[in-house]
Ligand binder design. Structure first.
Ligand code: OAD
Length: 248
């Protein structure tokens, strides 16, 4: 990033009355959590539908849980990086700042981000797969490693599934509405570390643009959102956000 670009972005952030931030897997890359697409991405090694869909779970719940258990262990041992801590501080110190994340790792929350809208659920939440009355709502489960794979519902003894949104599933309409409103009402919209290919999350970027927001992208690679961004910072999120923060 040139110092000029950092200064322009810092100025846009400073002047923003409402700042909405959309994050993706790239913000957790510096914490050692692999992204889904691109070099080294999780979906390079395995089809997403095998591990992250209802059909995949129905086919082989143990395999799916082994994969989530592995990710839970990796995430538990990881620490929030500067991208998480800078964004957390902005939400605390800059009224009107909100973070919308596609990540399920909980690192934004661990850094103290508030408010946060989690579009794709949480890897630390589970719910009954069979939908028994007592296990229908998500509950938090921090066990790593899980004692039995696949884990069982404490209410009905059926299977338990991860409390994340899988391919082919709809987002919670209230959560999506909150995110859509935050995109429409902001004057600056930051898209950080997302390939912007998974909808409806990716649609928030053009929605913010149409609603008049200045779009800023932070991502080492070009994405589907780059074309509508006014400022593009081709740097890792932790470095870029630390540099912008230092100029505020
Ligand atoms: P992707 O893996 O699709 O994209 C990650 C993006 O982060 C890429 O554009 C990378 O260039 C960028 N990136 C890599 N390292 C970075 C760094 N250090 N700093 C900033 N950016 C970096 O991840 P998402 O866009 O989050 O869905 O993927 C969206 C959804 O697809 C995920 O929420 C997940 C996945 O399948 C579900 O689990 C439902």
């Amino acid at each position: 990033m040139t110092s000029g670009a950092a200064a322009q972005v810092a100025e846009a952030v400073r002047r923003a009355t409402r700042l909405t931030v959309l994050t993706g897997a790239g913000v957790s890359a510096a914490s050692g959590i692999p992204t889904f697409r691109g070099a080294g991405g999780l979906w390079k090694k395995v089809r997403a539908e095998t591990l992250a869909s209802a059909e995949g779970f129905e086919n082989d719940p143990k395999l799916v849980w082994e994969w989530y258990d592995w990710r839970r262990g990796m995430i538990r041992d990881a620490q929030p990086n500067r991208a998480h801590t800078v964004l957390a501080r902005w939400t605390q110190e800059r009224p009107g700042t909100t973070v919308i994340t596609q990540n399920v790792d909980g690192l934004h929350e661990r850094a103290g981000t508030n408010p946060i809208t989690r579009l794709h659920g949480s890897i630390w939440h589970v719910r009954c797969w069979t939908g028994c009355v007592a296990g229908r709502e998500d509950w938090r489960d921090d066990s790593v490693p899980l004692l039995t794979l696949p884990p069982r519902c404490p209410h009905c003894g059926g299977l338990v599934r991860p409390g994340v949104v899988w391919f082919g599933e709809s987002l919670d309409p209230e959560i999506l509405q909150r995110a859509t409103d935050a995109a429409a009402r902001c004057d600056v919209f930051l898209a950080i570390g997302t390939s912007a290919v998974v909808y409806p999350a990716a649609g928030l970027v053009p929605h913010a643009r149409r609603s008049g927001a200045t779009i800023i992208e932070i991502n080492p690679e070009a994405t589907d959102a780059s074309g509508i961004a006014e400022f593009v910072i081709r740097q890792p999120a932790d470095e870029a956000l630390a540099a912008i923060d230092a100029l505020l």
